[in-house]
Design a protein around this ligand. Structure first.
Ligand code: 13P
Ligand code: SF4
Length: 302
């Protein structure tokens, strides 16, 4: 059944001149039918450079919005339109405007996990894989960072000369994992490296051997000679981890699931290609401002 549907998707995709992008937290079946699977930075570049007329973005709302900001002349569809990101929702436009007023000299940096309206208020966007590089290219001393206090805190550790003002947002999925979970996993699997996402708390990061984006974690585990790893990020990464490393073992101290990332089904993807789902529509004035923020991310991150 899944195979039949996958075949129908691939056929319809060609007919519609579409491209399918999937984030690494998507369900395995969706990752398998995608043209490109990756972290949020990589997928934003693929969306920007896509030649096809239609982009089906299997991920969450801020990802599809960013694709539309970068490719306004293409049709962009989020197959599960109610797939949001609770962390992005923690930074509302009015509150961000208030905060900006308080720090008029600050360089405003937003994590890509934010609405395009919030991006429009910021000088540059970042992702977990690009944030350190981008920050090196920002001369300002004072940095307003939103919405993730964990990624912001992680970056701040590398730039003690700068003053970071951190928004108090967090990812409910990554916040759930505790230092105790990691300590227990290390006891159960002695001498096994811990690979974690910077959205984890400082206590978890401090117990980690490697901290990086979803694709960073996968590359590290693939390139490292070790045969076992403790993974502290959303469980969707397991699909590519296993595919690339069939002989290695991966332990998740706590099964971390992002319910929003799991909303996209193969049927949703088919329906999106079949014209049964709404396309992403953005306000043009706000989009142009958000574009500057995303373009600065690509400029400063390369
Ligand atoms: P990545 O940029 O590492 O793919 O992270 C996106 C995300 O939403 C993590 O929760
Ligand atoms: Fe948002 Fe967390 Fe889900 Fe990533 S894992 S999309 S940050 S809620």
């Amino acid at each position: 059944m899944t195979n039949q549907l996958s075949e129908k998707i691939l056929k319809l995709k060609k007919e519609k001149n579409a491209i399918i992008l999937a984030h690494l937290y998507q369900i395995p079946e969706v990752q398998e039918i995608a043209d490109y699977v990756g972290d949020s930075y990589y997928l934003s570049q693929v969306a920007r450079d896509a030649k096809e007329d239609l982009i089906i973005f299997c991920g969450v709302k801020f990802m599809a919005e960013s694709a539309k900001v970068l490719s306004p002349n293409k049709t962009v569809i989020l197959p599960a339109p109610n797939a949001g990101c609770p962390m992005a929702d923690m930074a509302e436009v009015e509150d961000v405007e208030e905060m900006i007023k308080k720090y008029p000299d600050a360089f405003k940096v937003c994590y890509i996990n934010s609405s395009y309206e919030v991006k429009a208020l910021c000088d540059a966007s970042v992702t977990s894989s690009s944030a350190l590089k981008i920050m090196k290219n920002i001369p300002n001393k004072q940095i307003l960072f939103l919405p993730d206090q964990n990624l912001g805190g992680y970056i701040a550790e590398f730039f003690p000369e700068k003053e970071f003002i951190l928004w108090k947002g967090f990812c409910p999925t990554h916040h759930r994992i505790t230092a105790e979970d990691i300590i227990k996993a290390k006891e159960e699997h002695p001498n096994v490296k811990v690979l974690s996402h910077p959205e984890c708390s400082k206590e978890v990061r401090d117990l980690s051997d490697y901290i990086g984006s979803t694709s960073g974690i996968i590359s590290y585990a693939t390139e490292c000679e070790d045969k076992e790893f403790i993974i502290a990020t959303e469980e969707g990464v397991l699909h590519q981890l296993k595919k690339k490393n069939p002989d290695k073992k991966f332990y998740f101290p706590e099964m971390m699931v992002c319910p929003n990332m799991k909303k996209t089904t193969l049927q949703d993807v088919y329906d999106a290609l079949d014209g049964k789902k709404e396309e992403v529509i953005l306000d043009e004035e706000i989009r142009k401002k958000a574009l500057t923020s995303l373009e600065n991310m690509h400029k400063l991150g390369n």
